[in-house]
Design a protein around this ligand. Structure first.
Ligand code: PLP
Length: 397
């Protein structure tokens, strides 16, 4: 198909040219004397994106799943009790990973479309008078359902009963796109991935650990080697790695951090919110419903959109891909065939979002779902017009 394919899955996301160019380099010597001058700044700037001064940033050549594993295996021992909620496929997979490491997970099930059940967590934490719960897991942004959970509220619930468990946050589809505050929310372990808000190819697991988490990592925990914090710390402090790092991706990470920090994190979050609102206006105009059940859970990085009963969301995704070169996310697991997803994160602007909406409308109509062509696009256009920054065109001219 001529032209660029339209990539609107919720990661990997569209890669800025500056990031792509930064990675178009000859391979380099990762033990050279001047390598640390490059790498040490990465750790510092990564901490800014996690919003942590006190924590330590780790860069593993792995996917987000590796980040989960690093967080868990460095700080927990087999048999430790973990409190988590299964709010969608990714929180389910994180729970599964914990169970495979021999952890005793109390997994609270909620209907998919809801966020982390803070009240139920609060009850369980209060009831845990023997302080057996060692870890509380929150999937900040559940990519399968387009649901954002309230991390600060979970921290508040923990503090309300003085619970000493560590707080773990999956920020794979939130960090660098949605407001995330590691220090302010007193998060102990935060996990992100390169292929979402960082606008990089997959295969960097970005992890941040609080001083309390690093302390917990001192005593023997689950078996680990590749993901060992201690090996990383020993070598990272001088700008090196315990094994061959993904040097090309690190060059891309430099460009990504430069872009994010130049735009300003708050502006990045505002942009994501505004673009997400445009998508939500379109969904309303199509008279469809989001999987997310309440506005407080609406995600600014991904919208999972329900198709009416009797229709197959996979068909919409297939048509979009084959007829229009548009990649949308399929529904996963419990919501397979019921939702399709529009990823609206990363290097994105209004006109790109309108492309995704135009292609989605055509695919929805082709799949037999009744809606007026142009209705969603028009609703989003109106939103973008009304919320456009007042540009002094005259002065610019
Ligand atoms: C919220 C969330 N957590 C974890 C993961 C797993 O990341 P990866 O596929 O990079 O291992 C994903 C992947 O999409 C995700 O969306």
């Amino acid at each position: 198909m001529p032209g660029r394919p339209a990539l609107f899955i919720p990661g990997p996301t569209n890669m800025p040219d500056a990031v792509r160019r930064a990675m178009d380099v000859a391979l380099e010597d990762h033990r050279s004397p001047d390598f640390p001058a490059f790498t040490l700044g990465l750790f510092q700037d990564l901490k800014k994106v996690f919003k942590t001064r006190n924590g330590q940033a780790f860069i593993f050549p792995a996917s987000g799943t590796g980040g989960w594993e690093a967080a868990i295996t460095n700080t927990l021992s087999p048999g430790d009790k973990v409190l988590a909620a299964r709010i969608g496929q990714f929180s389910h997979l994180w729970i599964d990973l914990c169970q495979r490491h021999g952890l005793d997970v109390d997994a609270v099930d909620v209907e998919w479309g809801e966020g982390t059940p803070v009240e139920r967590f609060a009850e369980k934490l209060a009831a845990d008078t023997k302080r057996q719960i060692k870890a509380v897991l929150v999937c900040h942004n559940e990519t399968a359902t387009g649901v954002t959970s309230d991390v600060a509220a979970v921290r508040k619930a923990m503090d309300a009963v003085g619970h000493p468990a560590l707080l773990y946050v999956d920020g794979v589809s939130s960090v660098a796109s949605i407001d995330f505050r590691m220090d302010e929310w007193d998060v102990d372990l935060a996990v992100a991935g390169s292929q979402k808000g960082f606008m990089l190819p997959p295969r960097l697991a970005l992890v941040a650990a609080s001083p309390k988490a690093l302390e917990a990592a001192r005593t023997p925990k689950c078996a680990r080697c590749f993901f060992d914090f201690a090996d990383m710390t020993r070598t990272n402090k001088d700008g090196y790695f315990p094994y061959t790092p993904a040097t090309t991706l690190l060059r891309g990470l430099r460009a990504s951090l430069d872009l994010l920090l130049a735009e300003g994190l708050e502006n990045v979050f505002d942009r994501h919110h505004r673009l997400a609102e445009g998508v939500r206006k379109a969904v309303a105009a199509w008279e469809l419903k989001l999987c997310a059940k309440q506005p407080r859970w609406y995600s600014d990085t991904v919208s999972a959109i329900r198709v009416p009963d009797g229709f197959d969301a996979n068909e919409v995704v297939k048509i979009a891909y084959h007829r229009y070169g548009l990649s949308l996310g399929v529904g996963l697991s419990k919501v397979a065939g019921k939702v399709f997803r529009i990823g609206h994160l990363g290097d994105l602007n209004e006109l790109m979002v309108l492309t995704a909406l135009a292609g989605s409308e055509m695919a929805l109509r082709d799949a037999g779902i009744p809606l007026a062509l142009g209705s969603g696009v028009a609703a989003a256009q109106e939103h973008f017009r009304q919320t456009a920054h007042a540009l002094d065109v005259a002065r610019a001219a």
